[in-house]
Design a protein around this ligand. Structure first.
Ligand code: NDP
Length: 292
């Protein structure tokens, strides 16, 4: 029979998660700070608990999907976590994941942190490609692997409870740079007689063609050789940036999304590394913010 579980937080994501587990035949006990937001799930078969403590008492497996780490602490303040398996799907930082793990373990629970790489409509849709990074108790993950796989794919990334958040945030950070570039590109064509809908497929296929470069960067970081077989060296790229900036000027577009990356590139070239490609910039960044 399917593992019963408790879900704390029926916001947009929590509601999607609850629906996926209900549809798969799990008994789901839910709690939400604002009770009205859990009512729809009651009609769909969820048991609505009157307090977080009562919800935690209802099942050994407890999943939290709240706004932020502080709301997890607030919600679970009065709950007895002894013998519970707490899975925290609330987005947080690596340090928050680690301290929340220590906090849960001190209260007698096993702990698994999760970072959701999906939006609510992707939850419960096996074709969507959505998944969740997990890290922390491997024993918890192994025991509940099938249950956790119901709403989305699972990728366990290690015992360090900070690693799920680190993977999650690293991917989101890369996406932030990608979206910055896309925003700038659409701004460049904005005032011209070029339909965004005609331009979009060109943009998408160019970004797709550039994506495999992440594997080359990884190889360079592992070998420590940043110059072997470089096809577009930093000196050339940095000089080419002047064309990008002049074009932004001609089109009346602010270059504010581009200049931080270009400045870093120029600094790497000035440091005498113009024969490298982008991998050495990773060193430049991490040297500026060393891990203490
Ligand atoms: P919502 O804003 O829809 O829901 C937030 C939930 O947190 C609500 O249940 C809210 O309760 C609760 N909450 C907020 N503050 C507190 C508190 N102090 N004490 C107790 N409960 C509190 O957000 P989502 O459901 O979309 O997101 C939930 C988590 O999922 C977040 O960490 C988010 O980063 C993550 N996530 C969301 C994605 C998305 O696309 N939506 C994608 C990937 C991850 P109340 O109803 O009472 O306000």
């Amino acid at each position: 029979s399917r593992t019963p579980l408790t879900l704390l937080g029926t916001g947009a994501m929590g509601t999607a998660l609850a629906r996926a587990w209900l549809a798969a035949g799990h008994r789901v006990t839910v709690w939400n700070r604002t009770p009205a937001r859990a009512e729809a799930l009651s009609a769909e078969g969820a048991v609505v608990a009157a307090s977080a403590a009562e919800a935690v008492a209802a099942s050994r497996l407890v999943v939290a999907c709240l706004l932020d780490d502080a709301s997890v602490g607030a919600a679970l303040e009065d709950a007895d976590l002894t013998g519970r398996d707490l899975v925290n799907l609330t987005t947080g930082t690596p340090e928050e994941g680690r301290s929340r793990a220590a906090w849960a373990e001190a209260r007698g629970a096993r702990f698994l942190d999760g970072g959701i790489m999906a939006v609510p409509p992707m939850i419960g849709d096996a074709e969507s490609g959505g998944y969740v990074f997990y890290s922390g108790s491997g024993a918890l993950f192994d025991e509940h692997r099938d249950t956790l796989a119901v709403p989305a794919g699972t990728r366990y990334v290690g015992e360090d409870p900070g690693f799920a958040a680190l993977h999650d945030v690293a991917l989101l950070s890369a996406m932030s740079g990608l979206f910055a570039g896309v925003t700038h590109a659409f701004a460049l064509i904005r005032r011209e007689d070029i339909a965004p809908k005609d331009f979009a497929p060109l943009l998408a296929s160019w970004l797709t063609a550039m994506t495999p470069s992440v594997h080359l960067t990884a190889e360079r970081l592992e070998s420590g050789d940043y110059t072997e077989g470089v096809v577009s060296n930093l000196a050339m790229q940095s000089a080419g940036n002047a064309t990008l900036l002049r074009t932004a000027g001609e089109q009346g577009v602010s270059a504010e999304l581009l200049t931080p990356y270009m400045d870093l590139m120029a600094r790497r070239v000035a440091d005498g590394h113009g024969d490298e490609d982008g991998a050495g910039m990773v060193d430049l960044l991490t040297r500026e913010a060393p891990k203490d």
